[in-house]
Design a protein around this ligand. Structure first.
Ligand code: C2E
Ligand code: CA
Ligand code: CA
Length: 763
């Protein structure tokens, strides 16, 4: 559509209105009551007004690109007004020819005006209703019939009827024209009440329809005022039609197209009321009996009551409908929003992100609260909930209309920015700034780490989310309370360790770690003589996590230092308690594992001393298990190891045989015990006759025991899984062993029972 030029239509409207106003004011002030002669001038307004209307419609068709249906409608309206202005011109001519009498409508004028009405009716009739089903069509015809009969009755009673019977002798052509214009009006109005929107503007078509009512207006004025009022009636009322047309043109020109609306519902009521009017008008007639009058009143009353009842039923219906829509809306909201904070939930977030990515670029911010778990657990869930609400508030005000704030669950939030002109980093900074002050009634300081990732249209949703996740963990690793934008390759060093690192810190705060104990036994007697302490992580979601999974992460993030400190203290406390209960001979050694990172820590010796002092465990019971790689870490570590040795603590070389320099190591390093790695125990039951690999392993096991014997070291064989293995190792000279066959790592209570049972047997 080319841009409509509303100014054109507007000018037409204003000039038409101005002409009409000046005309009727002048006429009312001067011509009314004047002799008919000068009054003939009044008739000039009729062809002039119709011509202006025709011109306005012509400009509309010329300047505005219309839908074919609308174009057809307006062409017919143009023809109608052209015909009307011709007909009125003839009428005005007649008025000037003989200024002494009231002009009767000349036949050619009546034919032209009649053709004009029929053309307009045809135009209105051809506008499609957009009704698709039979129920709608049925209702539509019913309503239109009600309107037609309802309005016809007063028009006839108060207008045409008196005109036909009047002594003034109205010409047939005038009466036919009035009837026609009336039908056009009712047809147009009832029709438009069913047009829900479409190419022809609904107000415009209604205005065109109303031009027909002008005829009814003339009839009413003429009948009430008698013959003397015909000229003013025609001169003042008839120009309203072109004015209406001009306004209609303006509406159509500015119309933005279909805007579906509910069809009218008041029309039938209006018609019922209209039909009652002539009935009531009968009341004053003298010849009516009292019973007759009563009949009329009752009929009108019943009509009114039925209408009222109808009206209330309709209102109830629409209220029910509104309520149903509202509850549907509520339900939709509940499904797509978080109950606590009212923010969008994960499901809605994913839907919206997918939609955004299929349409264009999108940016995602993942917002994770630092240390929220600590707050939640130490201060309770109520405080936690307040905090989450405060966080939601911060997000809302920091983001404004630049994005969608989301609660993904727990203490994880997100923001979706789907407008590529908005800078996601600026949004992230605003969110961080929002966190800068103390929040909630408890003045808690919680900070957030934010990962920012942008993706081009078509990127898979999970890729963007993973990128943002990686960036978020990078932000956490850089020391919390900041944001990091994802860049290519960022995940390589970060993913895994950093993520676990974050979780480990939280787990430490939450006491999710505990120690299990695996007995070390005499192979000959299956008597417990020592114990290895192994750490476990009871993850709230994942359950028990193996140290093989998280120890490397703990080491790379440095968290092994506090974690190892916890294991030392916990183990020493526990073993000291057992020694107190079962006597100093119950356990000869207790072995916690120690990482190289711990040995590097300047406080390590202090930690060990404190743990010993606190628990009261004698240092000669302690065996620290170290791996070969841990020991090969330069003079500082070696110094630490010597100091430990000087304190009376023994050192065990773990996983012995798997490294490259196991033997040479034993000279530099004050070890007392070697633990033969499980890989040399596996398959040892096959003996010398087994596979070449099994034979080789057995050879190593034999070499290790011989070497240990030569150097005066104790040995423990690890990972013994069946009796044959135990037997074989014993035959090779191993006296101590550890493994699932002997006992699995177990919680402290189970180990306590084992010791109790053992004491009972000894007694
Ligand atoms: P590790 O020091 O060699 O510990 C022995 C591992 O072998 C333990 O696994 C134990 O459960 C498992 N094991 C014992 N007997 C058998 C058996 O008969 N068959 C099999 N298949 N496995 C057996 P876990 O507890 O998963 O520990 C894995 C490693 O994690 C440990 O190897 C140790 O290097 C490390 N680790 C465990 N706790 C700590 C700790 O508190 N601090 C440090 N720094 N490292 C630890
Ligand atoms: Ca170990
Ligand atoms: Ca080991």
């Amino acid at each position: 559509m080319t841009r409509p030029r509303p100014a054109d239509g507007y000018q037409v409207v204003t000039s038409a209105a101005a002409i009409w106003l000046v005309w009727s004011a002048w006429y009312a002030a001067w011509a009314l009551g004047a002799p008919l002669g000068p009054a003939a001038i009044a008739y000039l307004a009729l062809p002039a007004g119709a011509a202006i209307a025709a011109h306005a419609v012509h400009r509309l068709i010329r300047d505005v690109s219309l839908d074919p249906v609308a174009r057809r409608f307006w062409r017919l309206v143009l023809v109608a007004f052209a015909l009307l202005s011709a007909g009125y011109a003839v009428l005005a001519g007649a008025a000037f020819r003989d200024t002494s009498v009231l002009p009767t409508m000349p036949i050619p004028a009546a034919v032209l005006a009649g053709a004009a009405f029929l053309t307009a009716m045809w135009g209105v009739a051809r506008v499609p209703l957009g009704i698709t089903n039979r129920a709608q069509r049925r209702r539509q015809w019913l309503d239109r019939s009600i309107a037609l009969f309802g309005c016809a009755s007063p028009l006839f009673t108060f207008g045409l009827g008196p005109m036909i019977n009047s002594p003034d002798g109205w010409s047939t052509q005038t009466l036919v024209l009035l009837g026609l214009s009336f039908v056009l009006a009712v047809g147009g109005i009832t029709k438009v009440s069913y047009i829900a929107g479409g190419p022809v503007d609904r107000v415009a078509i209604r205005l065109i329809g109303m031009t027909g009512l002008v005829g009814a207006g003339v009839a009413l004025l003429a009948v009430t005022g008698g013959a003397g009022s015909v000229v003013p009636a025609q001169a003042v009322v008839l120009p309203i039609a072109p004015l209406l047309a001009a306004v209609a043109v303006r509406r159509q020109g500015a119309s933005t197209g279909a805007r579906p609306r509910r069809p009218n519902t008041w029309l039938p009521y209006l018609a019922v009321a209209a039909a009652d009017a002539p009935l009531l008008a009968q009341l004053p007639h003298h010849q009516l009996t009292l019973a007759g009058r009563l009949d009329i009143v009752v009929a009108v009353l019943v009509n009114a009551l039925v209408a009222v009842r109808q009206f209330f039923a309709m209102r109830d219906n629409s209220r029910l409908l509104r309520e149903k829509r509202a509850s549907e809306e509520r339900l939709r909201h509940e499904v797509t929003h978080d109950g606590l904070t009212g923010l969008a939930n994960r499901g809605l977030f994913r839907d919206r992100l997918a939609a955004a990515l299929s349409a264009g670029d999108a940016t995602v911010l993942l917002v994770d609260l630092d240390d929220f778990k600590t707050v939640n657990d130490s201060l309770g869930h109520e405080v936690g909930d307040h905090l989450l609400l405060a966080v939601a508030g911060i997000l809302r005000s920091a983001i404004g209309s630049d994005g969608l704030p989301v609660r993904l669950g727990g203490d994880e939030f997100a923001v979706l920015v789907d407008d590529p002109t908005i800078d996601g980093e600026a949004v992230a900074q605003r969110v961080l700034d929002g966190f800068a002050g103390p929040m909630s009634a408890h003045q808690l300081l919680v900070r957030a780490s934010i990962g920012v990732a942008s993706a081009a249209a078509g990127t898979p949703l999970d890729t963007v989310l993973r990128d943002a996740d990686v960036a978020m963990y990078a932000a956490k690793q850089r020391g919390k309370a900041n944001w990091v934008r994802y860049h290519e390759g960022m995940e390589l060093p970060v993913v895994g360790h950093a993520r676990l690192g974050g979780e480990l810190r939280r787990a430490l705060d939450n006491d999710e770690f505990f120690v299990v104990y695996q007995p070390i036994m005499e192979l000959a007697t299956y008597r417990v003589i020592g114990v290895e302490a192994l750490v476990r992580w009871r993850h709230p979601a994942r359950g028990l996590v193996s140290p093989a999974e998280f120890i490397p992460a703990a080491e790379s993030t440095g968290l092994i230092v506090p974690l190892g400190r916890f294991v030392l203290r916990e183990t020493f406390r526990q073993v000291a308690a057992w020694l107190a209960e079962f006597g100093p001979d119950a356990l000869q050694k207790v072995g916690p594992n120690v990482s190289v990172r711990q040995l590097h820590d300047p406080d390590f010796l202090g930690d060990v001393r404190r743990a010993l002092a606190e628990s009261g465990l004698p240092s000669d019971r302690v065996v620290l298990e170290l791996t070969e790689s841990a020991v090969l870490r330069g003079p500082q570590v070696l110094d630490t190891l010597h100091r430990l040795h000087d304190m009376g603590i023994r050192l065990a070389l773990d996983d012995f045989g798997t490294g490259e320099s196991s033997l040479s190591l034993l000279r530099a390093f004050p070890a007392s015990i070697v633990k033969l790695d499980k890989s040399f125990v596996d398959g040892i039951e096959e003996g010398e006759q087994g596979t070449p690999e099994a034979a080789a392993r057995q050879a190593v096991a034999r070499a290790v025991i011989q070497m240990a014997g030569a150097l005066g070291l104790d040995t423990v064989a690890e990972g013994i899984e069946d009796a044959t293995q135990a037997e074989r190792l014993r035959a090779l000279g191993y006296t101590l062993g550890q493994g699932y066959h002997l006992a699995r790592p177990m919680p402290a209570e189970d180990f306590h029972q084992l010791l109790a049972a053992q004491r009972a047997v000894a007694a």
